[in-house]
Design a protein around this ligand. Structure first.
Ligand SMILES: C[S@@+](CC[C@H](N)C(=O)[O-])C[C@H]1O[C@@H](n2cnc3c(N)ncnc32)[C@H](O)[C@@H]1O
Length: 242
């Protein structure tokens, strides 16, 4: 009897998230980091639009320290770089991919030391495994990164973010606008190496989860992506308190 043919991977919906999703994503981003950055970063109008809306809500006076956590920072351009351009900001930037973080280190922490020296901490690993004291950060930024967590983990991540935020702190993040338990692609951007996984609760479902996590949603907008054939929900949300 003929073996059943495996379904094509391209944009295939998944019901069971592969157990090795994190190691496969890490391997993919290690392989495609440069290609990903060259493909998307020149088209950062949307990133900058929402980043500027977040910055409008944060103190920029040199005497007021602001602590920001960035999840899935990639190579840190332009978002981490802009955050660090404010001398009162300290940034903890995390990414799963060692290749992305090596690029971030090279672009943000040049030798001889530049103005960001001493204000940037780079942390490699799964964002869900990060551990901080409660009320550590004034803001958490996550662009195109929480989308890679299986959606049950997205809920857990939101709860952790809320715990790590100071009262009155802010979150800027985007999520898939489509409701999908899991979606995989075999060759995203790079034949063979670019296995990719995304998941999401959809625009309405995500807003609900963000609220349930304890955040007040201040901005919620669904937009077509600038380069990918996908829609994203952009959220700016606030933790209650002063
Ligand atoms: C689509 S890129 C976005 C990079 C950057 N934030 C941007 O706006 O271009 C997704 C990034 O998230 C990272 N990533 C994926 N899963 C992650 C996880 N579980 N924890 C931390 N980073 C993760 C990837 O390595 C990759 O650099």
């Amino acid at each position: 009897m003929a073996e059943p043919t495996a379904p094509p991977l391209d944009n295939a919906p998944l019901h069971d998230t592969p157990a090795d999703v994190k190691s496969r994503l890490k391997a993919s981003y290690n392989a495609i980091a440069t290609k990903y950055n060259e493909w998307t970063i020149p088209h950062s109008t949307t990133r900058l639009h929402y980043l500027s809306q977040l910055l409008d809500r944060l103190p920029t006076s040199p005497s007021t320290p602001v602590s920001v956590l960035e999840l899935g920072c990639g190579y840190g351009v332009p978002v981490t770089q802009i955050l660090l351009s404010y001398p009162n900001f300290s940034v903890t930037a995390n990414d799963l991919s060692s290749a992305q973080l090596a690029l971030a280190r090279a672009s943000l922490l040049p030798d001889p030391p530049g103005p960001a020296h001493g204000r940037l901490t780079l942390l490699e690993g799964d964002m869900l495994a990060l551990d901080f004291e409660p009320a550590t950060f004034n803001a958490v930024v996550a662009m195109y990164s929480i989308i890679h967590l299986p959606r049950a983990e997205q809920v857990e991540m939101l709860r952790k973010i809320v715990a790590w935020l100071k009262p009155g702190g802010w979150v800027l993040a985007n999520f898939g606008a489509e409701e999908v338990e899991g979606r995989e692609m075999g060759n995203w951007l790079e034949e063979e190496k670019g296995w990719m996984f995304w998941s999401g609760w959809g625009a309405e479902g995500t807003v609900e989860k963000v609220r349930e996590a304890g955040l007040e949603v201040v901005v919620q907008e669904t937009r077509d992506d600038e380069v990918d054939d996908a829609k994203f929900l952009w959220i700016i949300a606030k933790k209650n308190g002063s």
